[in-house]
Structures are given as C-alpha cells and as structure tokens.
Ligand binder design. Structure first.
Ligand SMILES: [Zn+2]
Length: 96
C-alpha cells in the first residue's frame, strides 16, 4: 500500500482547497472575480449571470474555463475566485 499512500497524499493536496460552488456565492452574496494570467486584465462577474449558464453546483475555480478575456481573447489561462470584500489587503480572516 506504499504507492497508494503516495498517491493519496497528492489527492489530499488537491482536495485541500474547498470547492466553492456558485450556490455558495449566492448564499454569501458574493460575485466572481476573474483574472487573465496572460495580460493581467481582471473583472468582476455577477454570480447570478454565470449561474444561469453553468448551474448552481458549478465549482468556482472551474469557471475560468468558460470565460474569455475581453482584452487579449485568452480562453485557457483565466483564474476565478470569490470576490471577497478585502479592501484592507487582508487575505485570511478568522471566524470566531
Ligand atoms: Zn487577457
């Protein structure tokens, strides 16, 4: 089972990030922040707009596959994440 453990470790790493779905964003009243890794163009997309096309159970990190950069027409390298209201540059916050 040695090999299995090694594979398991890799899988666990991949699953460390919680797969946030569009449904979660609706609950949190968050929109989607998307970022083109080629030209650094970025934009915020309304969650309600995307949910009509992809469905409520669609994972947020996968949304980039369905997007095209409006600036350089890149379709392969777009990152997406919830548009957290982090004006102070705060990346993580503790929930008490
Ligand atoms: Zn671009």
């Amino acid at each position: 089972m040695g090999l299995f453990n090694k594979k398991k470790l890799t899988d666990d790493t991949a699953n460390t990030l919680p797969s946030i779905t569009l449904h979660d964003l609706v609950c949190e009243k968050l929109d989607i922040f998307c970022w083109c890794n080629r030209c650094n163009h970025n934009n915020v997309i309304k969650t309600t707009h995307i949910i009509e096309r992809l469905g409520a159970n669609y994972p947020v990190p996968e949304i980039g596959r369905n997007l095209r950069c409006g600036k350089c027409n890149n379709t392969h390298d777009i990152s997406t994440r919830p548009n957290w209201p982090s004006h102070g540059g705060q990346i993580a916050r503790h929930m008490d």
